[in-house]
Ligand binder design. Structure first.
Ligand code: ADP
Ligand code: MG
Length: 611
């Protein structure tokens, strides 16, 4: 049962589960749901009231302990499911990212305002923090004075926990800067974020150790309105943000100086892949056939028969890497590819990949005036692509640019407005392709919002008659609805062959060979998934287990076996958390070895229902 369905079931409203799932609502959306949203979903008054009350409880006392004590209350927000998973996690070692947020000048604030007003201010601050943290599926763990401690990676893990924590921190800062307190002005906070390995049972007892202490110390050195992260966090979320290296910092309670980084802002890289690999890219190994097929479809598209390729595969198998290779080939031919990137954080924001694409293409700055943005849009849509001025208004309102002053108020129903926006987008793509044969790279469609999927429905249906190649990437679990068309080709990426994986290893280790048994271990553990080959090899090269000799690497001391690198822990844990019963097997398996019999696992585990 999905989390949202479970939540509704707990309220006795399971009959609305289908509606919530159809709209792809998740528990993270709950704090933002309004009565109007629930009306739009068609819910009658009674269930609306029940749901709003439960949401309110989530937003307030149940999410953050209302008392000012620093006791480690576990928020009641944990659903029964989470509690069940929590008990299953007891004693488990996992990677935890901790966000520590504190108000600047709270003592002074307490002296200046009445206790009642102070209570209201603190409540508003907590609500804002809780909403931002839950949006990125973090867990508000407890309060420490006016500080709020949130966990990312517990009780449920997701991919990219460090990235989620930083996004949440940036949104907390933005939300509080909008919160105007009479006689006080804006509230400012300092935020520290650190990651580390913890044993879960001790985290419950308030002994989260390293990451919590470090996050709190990093918070203390942050400037008001800023985030400081540990070196580990900066590496986990590498490429997604711009950082300022603050150098080695002497932190209270730490014998050695600790490197710290200030978050400057979100990186401008156009895709998650580019964000993660900005520094260096492993030279492409294999994939000649896949590239050949893509270039073949490109040739067809150029002749006016638009084509769609659905490139699927598990995470880390190399979908994005192939798109980079394709883009490089096309760059050499002078063809520029348009890139769209879906995001797990914006699965419920209509048109998000298109909005992101326009904002990057037109280089909108944060404080750019609406007039200037509209000028740029008109230049692109009307002057460059010859589309009518009426289409600009739909795209402008999609981009939330105020435009009534220039184009007058619009009087359409919301449905008609949405249909016209979809039409304008598809017309624009067609105009661009007719002007010059084009390529559209649409990444990670499993995270696309429902409206963007509708835009793709329309585009994929129409593309067969104009020179456009659309390449979509997605994970295997995504059920594509476009496979029935003749101009759509599915391409599932297989694992690398052993020889290809070992070529990758030698490219990564440069001209010097790794010890043969280490190469063997990487090959076995990575099982043909290039991401694992890369991360395992890098983590070994970066560890101090090896030293460089003239033409090869040698062990320092005795040989060790390979451990899971930090950069893979979140995604492995996320996969395991999603499949709770499997996780138990994996944990037993981790103790036994790579291959194990059913009988052995059954002997080592509690009885389990296989259904
Ligand atoms: N064929 C390949 N040759 C070399 N490196 C590869 C290859 N395929 C993937 N990689 C590397 O493996 C990592 C994961 O690949 P990526 O394209 O991000 O996977 P996906 O998009 O399927 O999740 C990247 O760092 C990428 O550079
Ligand atoms: Mg990718």
């Amino acid at each position: 049962m999905s989390d949202i369905r479970q939540w509704l079931t707990d309220l006795g409203l399971e009959r609305y589960g289908d509606i919530f799932e159809r709209e792809e609502l998740t528990p993270a959306n709950l704090p933002e749901l309004s009565d109007d949203d629930l009306k739009a979903l068609g819910l009658p008054l009674g269930p609306r009231k029940t749901i709003l009350k439960a949401i309110n409880a989530l937003r307030t006392g149940d999410t953050i302990a209302p008392s000012h004590s620093s006791d480690s209350d576990i928020p009641k927000r944990l659903t029964e499911k989470n509690l069940a998973s929590k008990s299953a996690l007891e004693g488990e070692r996992r990677q935890l990212t901790v966000l520590f947020c504190d108000i600047v000048g709270s003592t002074e604030l307490a002296n200046r305002v009445d206790p009642e007003i102070l209570e209201k201010i603190l409540r508003a601050y907590e609500d804002a923090c809780a909403a931002c943290i839950t949006r990125y599926e973090g867990y508000v763990f407890r309060r420490m004075g006016d500080g709020i401690v949130a966990f990312f990676g517990y009780p449920l893990a997701h991919e990219g926990e460090a990235e989620r924590a930083i996004h949440a921190g940036l949104e907390i800062i933005a939300a509080l800067s909008k919160l105007d307190v009479p006689d006080v002005g804006h509230l400012a906070v300092r935020i520290g974020i650190a990651s580390g390995l913890v044993v879960v049972s001790s985290a419950e007892k308030g002994d989260e150790g390293e990451p919590l202490n470090l996050a709190s110390r990093l918070q203390a050195i942050a400037q008001p309105g800023s985030i400081v992260v540990s070196e580990w966090v900066s590496r986990l979320a590498r490429g997604s943000f711009d950082y300022e290296d603050m150098g080695e910092q002497a932190l209270k309670g730490y014998a050695q100086p600790t490197r710290a980084y200030r978050i400057v802002g979100v990186s401008k890289a156009t895709s998650r892949f580019e964000a993660a690999t900005q520094e260096r890219l492993t030279p492409l190994v294999g994939r000649e056939q896949e590239l050949g097929l893509l270039l073949d479809r490109w040739a067809l598209a150029q002749d006016g028969e638009g084509q769609v390729v659905l490139l699927s595969g598990e995470p880390g198998i190399g979908k994005s890497r192939i798109l980079i290779a394709l883009r490089d080939r096309l760059d050499a031919q002078g063809v520029r590819a348009l890139r769209f990137q879906c995001s797990p954080y914006y699965m419920n924001s209509p048109f998000w990949p298109s909005i992101d694409n326009f904002e990057r293409a037109l280089k909108f700055s944060r404080d750019e005036a609406p007039e200037s943005k509209l000028d740029k849009l008109e230049a692109l849509i009307v002057t460059h692509y010859g589309r009518p001025l009426t289409d600009v208004r739909f795209i402008a309102s999609m981009l939330s640019i105020p435009c009534e002053e220039r184009y007058g108020a619009h009087t359409m129903t919301p449905q008609k407005h949405k249909d016209e926006t979809l039409r304008s987008l598809v017309d624009l793509a067609e105009a661009a392709a007719r002007k010059q044969p084009s390529i559209m790279l649409y990444e990670d469609v499993h995270w696309a919002d429902p409206t963007s999927l509708e835009a793709l429905d329309l585009l994929i249906d129409r593309v067969r008659s104009f020179p456009l190649l659309i390449v979509l990437t997605h994970r295997i679990e995504f059920q594509s609805r476009w496979g029935v068309h003749g101009h759509v080709t599915g391409l599932n990426l297989s694992k690398l062959m052993r020889g290809q994986s070992s070529t990758m290893i030698s490219k990564l280790s440069g001209s010097k060979a790794l010890p043969a048994e280490l190469v063997e271990e990487i090959l076995t553990k990575s099982d043909g998934v290039p991401l694992f080959v890369e991360e395992l090899t890098k983590s070994i090269l970066e560890s101090n287990q090896l030293k460089e000799a003239a033409d090869r690497y040698e062990y320092v001391g005795t040989a060790h076996s390979i451990t899971v690198p930090a950069t893979l822990r979140d995604s492995l844990m996320a996969r395991l958390d999603r499949y709770m019963p499997v996780k138990e097997i994996a944990q037993i398996g981790a103790a036994i070895g790579r291959e194990f019999s059913y009988e052995l696992v059954a002997a080592g585990s509690a009885p389990m229902c296989v259904c």
